[in-house]
Design a binder for this molecule. Sequence first.
Ligand SMILES: Cc1cc2nc3c(=O)[nH]c(=O)nc-3n(C[C@H](O)[C@H](O)[C@H](O)COP(=O)(O)OP(=O)(O)OC[C@H]3O[C@@H](n4cnc5c(N)ncnc54)[C@H](O)[C@@H]3O)c2cc1C
Length: 307
Amino acid sequence: MQDSAGGITVTSEEKIYDCIIIGAGPGGLQAAIYLGRYNRDILLIDRGGGRTQHARHIENFLTQKEISGREIIEIGLEQARNFNVKVEKGTVTKVIKKNQFEIYAGEKRYLARFVIVSSGVYDHLPQIENLYKFLGTSFFTCIDCDGYRTTNKKLVIIGNSLKSVHLAIAMKEMFTKDITLILYTDRVPDEYREELVEENIRLIIGRPVKILGAEVIEGLELEDGQKVECAVIMSHFGYKLNDGFLSGLNLKRDRKGFKFIVNNNYESSLNGLYIVGPLNQGNDQVIIAAGEGAVAAIDIKKRLLEL
Ligand SMILES: Cc1cc2nc3c(=O)[nH]c(=O)nc-3n(C[C@H](O)[C@H](O)[C@H](O)COP(=O)(O)OP(=O)(O)OC[C@H]3O[C@@H](n4cnc5c(N)ncnc54)[C@H](O)[C@@H]3O)c2cc1C
């Protein structure tokens, strides 16, 4: 069937899926595996890439001494396909709710009774030469993921807000005494400066432009030519949600208007639309996103039985 939506002609499948899952990260894949094992009609749409792919050494996932994010995604996709989940490559651009959900991806429109959004977040990373060479091995973005990997190493933390001061103090308590904090802003109140002095954390106001070192990180070069020695870097610039396609739904968000509010089953303020992973207010970890995906899937199983 052909239809016209917002000026573009879309091809619509008549089939109504029991559930469409948007995003093949840990949250979406775990939900897909559960729903596939209930013998439901499930479509998983993913545009490729994704944040978990940057996690090169995951050590905090039960039973996995070490596994890469890429392996988790590849194995998860294989598991989901084995339970007859249909996987399509595509970028979802819009979700509408009428009698059922309409999901638009490219020139296609799909219909579903339930939707699980697990499209993840996108890290704000500073523009520094060689960053991607070391991302996930010695350039990190998350204390829960990689704080441990900085243990007893020469650490530089870079950030653009005073939250980085709290991060530096926490990192010192748990992981390493040798910390330099590089802040992009010079608006640092005296009490913060004093606390850093007390904690013996060096403070530099400036902008790193290049990571030095061929195989391993040896230091950072700043805009003014200054060089700061280090072996590991933690960057703290926050992230944005991959949520553009939800903008027409007027979903409830937290007080800051940032993260989506969900109930105990990860259902959003819109009946039938679930949001798992770091888009909601929970912690941003693989095992947590996966757990949330399982909870959402079990709830959808119950609701499908009631239809
Ligand atoms: C460097 C690094 C190291 C990390 N290390 C760890 C660790 O050691 N342990 C740990 O537990 N966690 C770690 N994490 C965090 C972990 O990656 C996140 O918790 C996880 O990504 C959250 O999973 P998610 O389900 O939200 O999916 P994501 O991995 O964010 O995947 C979302 C998927 O949705 C897709 N998508 C987005 N928008 C659309 C759209 N419009 N249409 C279709 N598809 C879309 C994306 O392409 C992607 O494939 C790390 C993260 C980074 C960046």
